[in-house]
Ligand binder design. Sequence first.
Ligand code: UD1
Length: 367
Amino acid sequence: MIKVLCIAGARPNFMKIAPIMRAFHAHPEIEPFLIHTGQHYDEKMSRLFFDELEIPKPDRNLGVHGGTPTTQTAAIMQAFEPVCKEYNPDMVLVVGDVNSTVACGLTAVHLGIPLIHVEAGLRSRDRTMPEEINRIVTDSISSLLFCSEPAGIINLGKEGRFGDNVYHVGNVMIDTLLTHLEKAKSLPTLTEMDVQPGNYGVMTLHRPSNVDNPETFARILDILDKVQSQYPVLFPIHPRTRKTAENFGLFDRMRKMPNLRLTEPLGYLEFLNLNAHAKFVMTDSGGIQEELTVLDVPCLTLRENTERPITCEQGTNVLVGSDPDRFFAAFNKIVDGTFRKTTVPPLWDGKAADRIAYVITTKWASR
Ligand code: UD1
């Protein structure tokens, strides 16, 4: 048996770890354990996802959250080290690019345990993003790298990582989307929110570069104000965004927009249902860019760069920053129906986690 400690900590990890746990549990040669770092802890940011995505209850929860990137990363490392020693796994597997990813990765390699990184090789080339640093560090210390798109393979090659430790396996987050899409679409979310299919927008916003800077945040609200005068916009608001909006005195401004519906963070299924039927989505998330490419829904990304270039090259993603001219150039195409259609990227077919299980067991057998 190959004992693998799988790590999940923050919301975008949960939809990635779900299919991996399922594939590992179904595999006779893999014995998986799940460690939750606690980075995200609200009912709506964490437990709801475990229930909806049928992720097994974590074997351990390290209970670490809050703090600066440094204190958070350090606290997760300290809490994970004894757990890692106790389980003494053959491998540790981390997903994505959050602080939990790099913290547990560093801890594993300090203990001499091989590290597997799922969603390897993505690069925004923006080193002011904490996630970019997390990606670079995690990839550089991983023994086995699984990429979701060809750019990942190319980026790793440029950093001297190639050969039989780098695999293009597809996108585990899309495994989850395809598993749950029909169920999500059958929910009464649109009726409950009083919107019509294809006639509303969705917005998400939480990147420090957008919400920690009052000028940028206000510029985005200027755009949002105009958009909501044409279409209702649903905005499930991330806890940190709510806090900063309140601190900058911007929360009231949002509350006064008549067609903007602010909600608590939503569960996976309701949010997927809303995205699947939206006319457009405005977001600064990474993963949502990929989901909208599969759903063929226009994605206006409120960032200057993306680590997921395939979503721009052949999907529905357009980078607009916080610039109203760029935003409305793309938005007007959505309104007049001339926005391009998507082509789903290779291997985004719902089988990425199975490929990961296959590679791990094959390599283990031939070691
Ligand atoms: C983290 C990830 C980011 C990901 C995002 C999705 C890092 C560096 N960033 O950012 O890549 O896109 O998650 O949400 O790991 N908070 C709560 N309740 C929660 C979670 C967070 O109130 O359940 C608040 C807390 O005040 C916390 C703050 O949000 O201190 C920031 O949370 P944190 O996990 O540090 O970063 P995110 O902004 O959520």
